[in-house]
Ligand binder design. Sequence first.
Ligand code: ZN
Length: 97
Amino acid sequence: MTFERKFVVGLEDIASISLECTSCHRRMTFGPDDRVPVPHNGPCGHEWIPHAVPGAVSVNSMESPLGIFLRVVERIRAISATNPYGVRILLEYPDPS
Ligand SMILES: [Zn+2]
């Protein structure tokens, strides 16, 4: 018998979002409702986001935020699979136990 354990969380459960440098693991953490511009370079000086971003997503102002969110998640995952960014996105949730 195989057991599988999963945690299901909603966007409202996000406690914080961190950007972690893939070179030195230094993090920049902010709240999910903060409007923080993503820097091209982290506070450590390493490049996080190239100025010419591969796979840039254009946003149609008539598209629902949910549609934009789903497209952006798909693009970030696809780009991260080849790892051109120097930063990882980490979502923090409260301990469910
Ligand atoms: Zn760094």
